[in-house]
Design a protein around this ligand. Structure first.
Ligand code: SF4
Length: 392
């Protein structure tokens, strides 16, 4: 790649520190594990890889003061993304985790001590509570997977005095509250109650597709429709806001199955539904991808990557070729889904907030416009993260 002379493969924290120390001392990159670099003659040298960091509790808390634009970020989103684990124990074929876990030898999925995690959140809350921080967003892909870990986190959150002051939003899966449940194959309501008592206001779930064939046979999620239905109903019952993530146009997905996704969202009623267009990934280190027509693993083809201009957002952009519909059709279908669900949400919020909704809308969009932001994304963030909309 033009202008790139070295890349770090794996986790960067320790490796980057070694790179900087070595460069400061005038040394070469050839002795640093985890670095691939280009020699002055253009030859690419791949150093041996460095294992994943074993104990991620040893890492210091990130210093967000180095982020010069953080106040703008708080203005638009009001939340701080945090991470208490690395990797994911699942192997969904649509997900970058599959390639990441194979990139470096060793066990990629590691968790932090929940008490240490809460200490970090409290530390950031003290620093940013008067600068627009209104919600913590642990970015762990399946936050409540481990029952005891979740209980420890919630207890520590309450003990730290964060509960009631800083709500939080988590990622989960449609089957997570069934795993490790004291009543086999039943939804673990106690785990949900711990989260709600601690201050969990929002749960984000991958619906992915309304068709179980697409969700489970193609994307390997292994989540049933009935698990999704019960989970969304219970989240609503306990007053938790839901974000539902959908992926349109997966390998071999048909028009009828895409309509199933639409109907599934109508039935589940996520407060904030999101519709991505499916993108191919290089799923394995040997460069395989899932073929769109046959759903089998085939060598990665460069032309299947999206055009550069489509990479600006993961929400919008050109879909892949399909035997079942044209690219134009699926993009229109995405617009239709957004039109239907977003306007339904906007109308509901307008009825509830009245003139405050209108004032916030113009103020927020104006800020986005002045900054030259992508206005579709600004609008999406307005409906999901601005003002009262963050918790509605
Ligand atoms: S559960 Fe989520 S993060 Fe984990 S592999 Fe599946 S899609 Fe990726």
């Amino acid at each position: 790649m033009e202008g790139v002379t070295a890349v770090i493969v794996g986790e960067g924290e320790m490796i980057l520190a070694s790179v900087l120390d070595t460069m400061e001392g005038g040394g070469g990159l050839d002795k640093i594990p985890g670095v691939y670099f280009k020699t002055p003659r253009g030859e690419i040298i791949s150093n041996p890889l460095r294992a994943w960091i074993e104990d991620i509790d040893t890492l210091p808390f990130p210093d967000y003061d180095l982020w010069q634009d953080i106040d703008t970020y708080f203005y638009f989103l009001g939340q701080l993304w945090l991470i208490g684990s690395r990797g994911c124990p699942y192997q969904c074929t649509n997900c970058e985790e599959l390639a990441l876990s194979a990139a470096v030898p060793g066990k990629r999925f590691r968790k932090r001590d929940p008490v240490n995690y809460v200490q970090e959140i409290a530390y950031h809350f003290d620093k940013y509570k008067n600068r627009g921080l209104r919600m913590a967003h642990p970015f762990d892909p399946v936050f409540p997977l481990d029952r005891e870990w979740t209980r420890s986190f919630c207890n520590a959150y309450i003990r730290a005095g964060l509960s009631g002051k800083l709500p939080f939003s988590i990622f989960s899966r449609g089957d997570t509250f069934y795993i490790g449940s004291p009543r086999k194959d039943s939804f673990d309501t106690e785990r949900l109650q711990w989260l709600v008592e601690a201050g969990c206001k929002e749960i984000r779930i991958g619906i992915e597709a309304g068709s179980e064939r697409v969700r489970n046979d193609i994307h390997h999620k292994h989540v049933t429709n009935s698990q999704l239905q019960e989970s969304f109903a219970l989240f609503r019952k306990y007053g938790v806001i839901t974000i539902g993530y959908n992926m349109l146009g997966g390998p071999t997905e048909t028009k009828a199955e895409l309509w199933q996704t639409f109907r599934m969202n109508r039935a589940l009623r996520p407060d904030k539904p999101i519709f991505f267009i499916y993108q191919e990934l290089a799923h394995r280190s040997e460069g395989l991808m899932i073929d769109h027509a046959t759903a089998s693993a085939v060598p990665l083809k460069k032309k299947n990557y999206r055009a550069q201009q489509d990479r600006a957002t993961i929400q919008f952009g050109e879909p892949l070729e399909s035997a079942h519909y044209s690219k134009r059709w699926i993009m229109a279908f995405q617009s239709f889904c957004y039109f239907y669900f977003v306007f339904k949400r906007a109308f509901k919020l307008l009825l509830r907030q009245k003139h405050r909704f209108v004032i916030n809308f113009f103020r927020y969009m104006y800020h986005g416009y002045r900054r030259g932001s992508n206005m579709k994304i600004v609008f999406a963030y307005f409906l999901s993260a601005s003002g009262d909309n963050l918790f509605s």
